[in-house]
Design a binder for this molecule. Structure first.
Ligand code: G3I
Length: 324
């Protein structure tokens, strides 16, 4: 391509994309090496992949990812340790609290411990907060937690336990709380209260991940409000799963020129904003490299076409001012 996103943002933050085993194969391999300096595994480090049956850990696929990353000077994010999805049929699926705590400890200790010193940051707890549940007047954020296997089996303190176990297993890794719809004020206030409270209790939580599954109607002001609010907690903020769907894309066709440009302008506005918060934002990671492999492929949210050529969005991020 002759330009590199990672280089263009070297003075600001890391630029990441997702990793799947297919990333090891060209042309994706070369593209990732050229454009990005950080990767997040899309699925291979989720609980059900890391521990497919109880007590059996599967390190082969992540090992290959780490080898690729280390050979190419690419940082790796661990995703994810505690989630309500893709977590198999045993983790947290018990009414015995002590057993659930042991499962939580065992999973985190083995996974994080195995990669000690090699993973820059972990998404420790993913999507634990309910949508549309306002923080109560008494400030008790635990009332806004999603009903998950971990909440049921352990109670709200599964969150702080997860962070403590992860910190014990790798004291140098940055530990994140990661969630979507973080530009929604209602949810952002709950997360803010939770992280503030946990930090006051000495829980090792170092960052907030704003996923960033937006569409072309996203309000830039809403994103800014949340970045600002989270930054004021004194934690790192990262954009962990950015993709901008074209809301009126039609599944069977490719994007029109107008749609590509409209998407590019939204990316440009967001990156202009991210640059302003470079002291707080450590990384911006895209959730997908080419449209056809995205989890929202019908909405063409990525920077690259199915043939790996860059879209307007790519050039807009390279030089946002040109598109504003
Ligand atoms: O691996 C199986 C395969 O064996 C099977 O034949 C096939 C048939 O459906 O399914 C495959 O599993 C799929 C898996 O992706 C791997 O491709 C699952 O069905 C599918 O549900 C799963 O989707 C992933 C999704 O998380 C699960 O919730 C997406 O790829 C992944 O992009 C998405 O990522 C999440 C983040 O982890 C957290 N934040 C939201 C984000 C988007 O949903």
């Amino acid at each position: 391509i002759g330009s590199s996103l990672a280089e263009a943002y070297a003075d600001y933050f890391l630029i990441g994309t997702i990793y799947t085993p297919n990333t090891l194969v060209d042309p994706e391999r070369s593209l990732v090496i050229e454009q990005f300096n950080c990767i997040t595994p899309e699925n291979i480090m989720k609980p059900e992949s890391m521990q497919p049956s109880e007590g059996y850990f599967a390190f082969t696929l992540p090992d290959a990812m780490l080898k690729f990353a280390e050979e190419n000077n690419i940082k790796v994010i661990g995703h994810t340790l505690v989630w309500h999805q893709q977590s198999g049929r045993f983790l947290g699926q018990t009414s015995d609290r002590e057993k659930a705590i042991e499962q939580l400890r065992n999973h985190i200790t083995n996974v994080v411990g195995n990669y000690k010193g090699r993973i820059m940051a972990w998404d420790v707890v993913n999507e634990a907060v309910k949508d549309g549940a306002p923080l109560p007047a008494d400030g008790d954020w635990t009332k806004c937690l999603r009903e998950t296997q971990w909440l049921r089996s352990i109670g709200p303190d599964y969150i702080e336990m997860a962070f403590r176990f992860a910190h014990e297993a790798d004291p140098d890794a940055k530990l994140y709380y990661n969630d979507y719809n973080m530009n929604d004020e209602v949810k952002a206030k709950v997360v803010h209260a939770m992280v503030k409270d946990l930090r006051a209790k000495g829980v090792p939580i170092h960052g907030i991940g704003m996923q960033g599954h937006y569409d072309t109607n996203v309000s830039i002001e809403s994103v800014e409000k949340s970045i600002k609010m989270f930054s004021e907690l004194g934690v790192e903020v990262s954009i962990t799963e950015l993709d901008i769907s074209v809301n009126d894309a039609s599944v069977s066709k490719s994007l029109t020129e107008e749609q590509e440009v409209r998407q590019a302008i939204v990316y440009a506005k967001l990156f202009k904003l991210f640059k302003q918060y470079k002291d707080n934002i450590v990384r911006v990671t895209f959730w997908g490299t080419i449209d056809s492999k995205s989890w929202r492929r019908d909405k063409f949210p990525c920077l690259f076409r199915n043939d790996y050529t860059p879209k307007e969005a790519y050039y807009a991020i390279l030089d946002p001012e040109k598109y504003l």
